[in-house]
Ligand binder design. Sequence first.
Ligand SMILES: *[C@@H]1O[C@H](CO)[C@@H](O)[C@H](O)[C@H]1NC(C)=O
Ligand SMILES: *[C@@H]1O[C@H](CO)[C@@H](O)[C@H](O)[C@H]1NC(C)=O
Ligand SMILES: *[C@@H]1O[C@H](CO)[C@@H](O)[C@H](O)[C@H]1NC(C)=O
Length: 335
Amino acid sequence: MDHKTETTLLFSFLFFITYLITIVSAKDLCNKNDKNTLLKIKKSLNNPYHLASWDSKSDCCSWYSLECGDATVNYRVISLTIFSGQISGQIPPEVGDLPYLQNLMFHKITNITGQIPSTITKLKYLRSLRLSWLNLTGPVPEFLSHLMNLDNLDLSFNQLSGSLPSSLSLLPKLSYVDLSRNKLTGTIPESFGSFLAEPPYLLLSHNQLSGSIPKSLGNIDFNHIDFSRNKLTGDASMLFGAKKTTFSIDLSRNMFQFDLSRVELHESFAVLDLNHNKITGSIPVQWTKNSLQILNVSYNRLCGRIPTGGSLQRFGSYTYFHNKCLCGAPLDSCK
Ligand SMILES: *[C@@H]1O[C@H](CO)[C@@H](O)[C@H](O)[C@H]1NC(C)=O
Ligand SMILES: *[C@@H]1O[C@H](CO)[C@@H](O)[C@H](O)[C@H]1NC(C)=O
Ligand SMILES: *[C@@H]1O[C@H](CO)[C@@H](O)[C@H](O)[C@H]1NC(C)=O
């Protein structure tokens, strides 16, 4: 054999060995318990076409909607994300038997009904729980407060009812809460003013929440608040402050009633929607120091001259119309 042939043979041999290792390890990747659990989940969802790739003969780490971790977690399933499918059934309680799950999502599925199963409290590594655009009923369960690693909770666009569980504030890492577009009633709990992890996002819009906002919420520097389209009343001025780094607040279509005159905004505040409330007072001169991108104070009881400067004249009259007696550009000049 000449040198060239020898090299070629050696390389072919090495290639073959690598190939074998890949096949063998690929076959072993999926954990047996995880695979059994996943097949039960598929069955409990009535073997939908959406999960056709979930075939017991193949490696579950290659299945659609799934992700396995790396060697450090022995390739256990860490992510189950099922979305945009036509599936009938309930969230299978067996999801609680995927002990390494960090990310669980059922999103925009046509016919998922029933309640959130309590078995998810077994998922002690769960960081993101997203059960949205489904037809889930029942409460936002108290037991969610057992998920100590949860940082992202999205239960929006369902038919959840009952009140907000005050224990959510006990979750040490929770930084994104979206419970909007449900049928939630009752008041915002006092405890939401003492979140262990200051939650930058609190989205509760399109529910039937009532009562006034607890004063304690003023202690928190939220990033983005959306309380729009509820039945909230009273003062909301504690949410604002020149020192808070909040960039967006939407309180539109409620029954808030407070004096806007002393409400200050941080320089980087960008989006403020207060339309359809019973807010009194005038637009603060302090707002001219700010570069608001979106502003809507229409349909309130504001009065007085719109201060000149900042971005206040960049908005059209639809930002300010239907108030008691606001005047000055872009509205008619004051008499
Ligand atoms: C939705 O699911 C229920 C049972 O889970 C079933 O009875 C019903 O036929 C399904 N509807 C549609 C439109 O698939
Ligand atoms: C929820 O159910 C209603 C009627 O039962 C249906 O019209 C609606 O499309 C469903 N929503 C989702 C997201 O499946
Ligand atoms: C402010 O809200 C009102 C009421 O929903 C709406 O009619 C108006 O167009 C909005 N203004 C702007 C600038 O979006």
